[in-house]
Ligand binder design. Structure first.
Ligand SMILES: Nc1nc2c(c(=O)[nH]1)N[C@H]1C(S)=C(S)[C@@H](COP(=O)(O)O)O[C@H]1N2
Ligand SMILES: [Mo]
Length: 197
């Protein structure tokens, strides 16, 4: 058994309560996808842009990076929150260290197998709770929830977490992802109720 790092107290940095304003707690884990579940079996993860070593990882190579399990909460912008999700994977800072971020990188675009994209300022995603996860509650991540590999962002609304992630692009100026182009917030802080731009 590996240790589980409990980061469910991260809300102290952002707000008063563990349940962000306007959210309802649910024990279910609804599925939200823009266009169904693509079939992905053995993803490659390409990392490019403002990095010292642009790298394409096979899924095996990716899982060989230092990894761990965190207990974290999940906040969907449509109003539900699920507490105590256990995700196993690689943290964003671990990936960033593996490729080396260049000084002029300020923003990140995540790319996914269904054509989904989502963006975040580098400072907002270069945090240990931003994880590339392949297991949920000790089981391989279900395909509907982004398996084999997805991103999770417990400090941001969940649309910042690309399911079926295939690419991480480091940008020297901001660009907008799928929902961000359609009026959703770039910052997406649940405790500030940053739902819409
Ligand atoms: N690739 C991809 N990632 C995605 C989405 C998507 O449509 N495609 N939907 C986002 C949205 S809007 C939410 S709320 C969460 C939902 O994750 P879940 O289906 O595991 O609950 O995934 C996010 N990541
Ligand atoms: Mo969502």
């Amino acid at each position: 058994m590996t240790d589980i790092v409990d980061i469910t107290d991260l809300y102290h940095e952002f707000g008063e309560g563990r349940l962000p304003p306007g959210q309802r707690e649910t024990s279910a884990f609804p599925v939200l996808s823009k266009s169904g579940t693509p079939s992905v079996s053995d993803p490659e993860i390409e990392v490019w842009g403002a990095v010292e070593e642009p790298t394409t990882f096979s899924f095996d190579e990716f899982r060989d990076l230092p990894s761990g399990t965190q207990r974290q909460d999940f906040h969907c912008v449509t109003g539900w929150s699920k507490f105590d999700c256990e995700f196993t994977g690689v943290t964003f800072p671990t990936l960033a260290e593996a490729v080396g971020i260049e000084d002029d990188a300020v923003h990140v675009m995540f790319h996914a197998a269904d054509g989904y994209t989502t963006d975040l300022p580098l400072a907002a995603c270069d945090r240990r709770e931003t994880m590339f996860a392949w297991a949920f509650d000790g089981e391989p991540l279900p395909a509907d929830h982004g398996g084999p590999l997805r991103v999770v962002t417990p400090h941001r609304y969940a649309y910042k977490g690309a399911k079926w992630v295939t690419g991480v692009e480091f940008l020297t100026e901001p660009d907008r992802g799928y929902w961000e182009r359609r009026g959703y917030s770039v910052t997406a802080d649940p405790w500030a109720e940053d739902r819409y731009a």
